[in-house]
Design a binder for this molecule. Structure first.
Ligand SMILES: Nc1ncnc2c1ncn2[C@@H]1O[C@H](COP(=O)(O)OP(=O)(O)O)[C@@H](O)[C@H]1O
Ligand SMILES: [Mg+2]
Length: 139
């Protein structure tokens, strides 16, 4: 059950491509057996990660770069990777933001809550990689 297909997409670091990225995920997950609600949740999470890559990684398009999406399609789950090569941040910031608290953004909290697994890797000046996993529920 470990065989998987890999779909890779590379976008310019511009917020105008967030919708296109979400649509690509929509197409891929619709081919799997996810519910409409699960697909909407994943699109929301991908949009948050994409926006973060552009807004935080590349300072809102001031810095040019790319956002790389990788979808690993397994028979029973999808793994979504969002990678940027922007300014990055201390990995502890990403861990801290996964917990909900007043006055903080909700992006990472939503990714943590709405997926089955969230992994974050970042270092200052080394960009950022977000890995989200969503399993097909047995129905
Ligand atoms: N791709 C990224 N590159 C650099 N820093 C990031 C990235 N993604 C998230 N961060 C850091 O994590 C913080 C929390 O992100 P998030 O939970 O989406 O809240 P918000 O975007 O509203 O600040 C950001 O404020 C930023 O400091
Ligand atoms: Mg955010």
């Amino acid at each position: 059950m470990n065989s998987h297909e890999i779909i890779e997409l590379k976008f310019p670091s511009d917020l105008k491509y967030a919708t296109t990225a979400r649509l690509a995920l929509s197409g891929v997950t619709q081919r799997m057996n996810f519910t409409v609600d699960e697909i909407e949740d994943m699109k929301l999470c991908l949009g948050e990660a994409f926006n973060n890559a552009v807004s935080h990684g590349y300072d809102e398009c001031n810095q040019k770069g790319s956002v790389q999406l990788t979808f690993l399609v397994y028979p029973d789950k999808i793994v979504i990777k969002v990678r940027d090569y922007g300014k990055g941040c201390d990995n502890n910031i990403l861990l801290e933001h996964q917990k909900k608290s007043k006055g903080k953004g909700l992006g990472l909290f939503l990714m943590k809550t709405l997926t089955d697994r969230l992994e974050c890797h970042s270092q200052p000046q080394k960009g950022c990689e977000i890995i989200m996993e969503k399993r097909l529920s047995t129905r």
